[in-house]
Design a protein around this ligand. Structure first.
Ligand code: FE2
Length: 375
């Protein structure tokens, strides 16, 4: 049994203002990785840029990261990290460290860019962790309550050509510092708030499902699930409420701490193709199969689930009813082509080795078919 999180996490309102001076330990040239909108809308840049300027830290903003970041955008990030904006190639490194701002996509992209740049990797080698010998320091500032990436060593990328979404992990990718401030989630709308919370819920539950589960994780799992169960509807009805936002952010951070130890399992593996093929948000892809996955695991981890629901003060049936009230819908049709192509992909995924029992191909097919079949 072990517990290991090398990330220094500051949590709460205004932590960047209060503790941001620590960023200067990592150099004087920052490479900011973000999406087109999240860093601006969340208010992070309004706080961060004056802070960097006050510490004479120069910065480049690379804002080309989209949802489910494509490996090609990581390559462009690597080039921008190492090359002056005029396009003149420089000896590595042109920047000292990375500040990743956003939901899971920019955070995961920041980690991948760090690894790719530090080891001068080509795209084809991004999943080859044997080649990942070093990394540039990563500082994470999440703007959603879902990913938990600010507390993990994982990066999940997509290949837009093959439509395969897959992750990799390396202790080098744990952020050195994370500034987790719930006020950065106040601008999120209903669906992003709901779907990201469901992603966090998946991470917490997968801590119980994984064969790498250990008892250190139980307090985080139980408290995190309870926080989501008790705060999600309230937050959806009052999106600007900082208390609910605080509680969901805490649960999301707990989810990250949990999967840093347990990794994710079938729940995430089965959800990835629903995102790459049908365009479901990551959280929704996990959510639409959440009940079926729990039913599949229950006989193998019954005691853990019973302990969880006893802590939350509900039964499994009440939990299922609560999931139904969130109206997580899959409106596509699962056809034979999807089943034939994507089931082997799920079966081969890295996370499948972490199931505490043998998941059969038919288990996966059954879950997909139940979502809605066109024959
Ligand atoms: Fe996730």
């Amino acid at each position: 049994m072990y517990f290991f999180i090398p990330t220094k996490i500051y949590f709460g309102c205004h932590v960047l203002k209060e503790f941001g001076k620590e960023i200067s330990k990592y150099g004087n040239k920052a490479f900011i990785v973000t999406g087109r909108q999240s860093a601006v809308q969340s208010g992070v840049l309004d706080d961060l840029l004056p802070l960097l300027e006050s510490m004479q830290i120069e910065y480049t903003i690379f804002n080309e990261i989209t949802e489910n970041p494509d490996i090609k955008s990581i390559s462009r990030g690597k080039e921008a990290f190492a090359t002056q904006m005029q396009g003149q190639r420089q000896a590595l490194p042109l920047h000292d460290f990375i500040i990743a701002i956003g939901g899971g996509s920019p955070l995961d992209a920041g980690k991948a860019i760090s690894i790719m740049a530090a080891n001068d990797l080509e795209e084809k080698d991004i999943y080859n962790t044997a080649l990942h010998k070093k990394a540039f320091p990563i500082i994470a500032i999440p703007t959603t309550s879902g990913t938990g990436s600010e507390a993990t060593q994982y990066s999940v990328l997509s290949n837009n050509e093959t439509k395969i979404k897959a992750g990799f992990g390396n202790e080098l990718m744990f952020p050195k510092l994370s500034f987790v401030d719930p006020k950065y989630t106040l601008s999120l709308g209903y669906h992003v708030t709901r779907d990201t919370a469901i992603d966090a819920l998946s991470h917490l539950l997968e801590g119980l499902y994984s064969n790498k589960y250990n008892e250190f994780l139980l307090p985080f799992i139980c408290t995190g699930v309870k926080l989501i169960f008790e705060n999600l509807h309230a937050c959806l009805a009052d999106l600007q409420n900082i208390k609910y936002r605080h509680n969901l952010m805490l649960a999301s951070n707990y989810g990250g701490i949990v999967i840093a130890h347990s990794s994710t399992t079938l729940q995430h593996s089965i959800g990835y193709p629903l995102t790459t093929v049908y365009g479901l948000s990551h959280g929704l892809a996990n959510g639409v199969v959440m009940k079926q996955i729990m039913d599949l695991y229950e006989p193998h981890i019954k005691k853990r689930l019973d302990d969880l629901f006893s802590f939350v003060g509900i039964t499994k049936n009440q939990f299922f009813d609560w999931i139904d009230t969130l109206e997580l819908q899959f409106e596509g049709k699962i056809d034979n082509t999807f089943i034939e192509k994507r089931t082997p992909e799920v079966m081969k995924s890295r996370n499948m080795t972490l199931n505490p029992f043998e998941v059969k191909e038919n288990d996966v097919i059954k879950i997909y078919r139940e979502l809605g079949s066109s024959g």
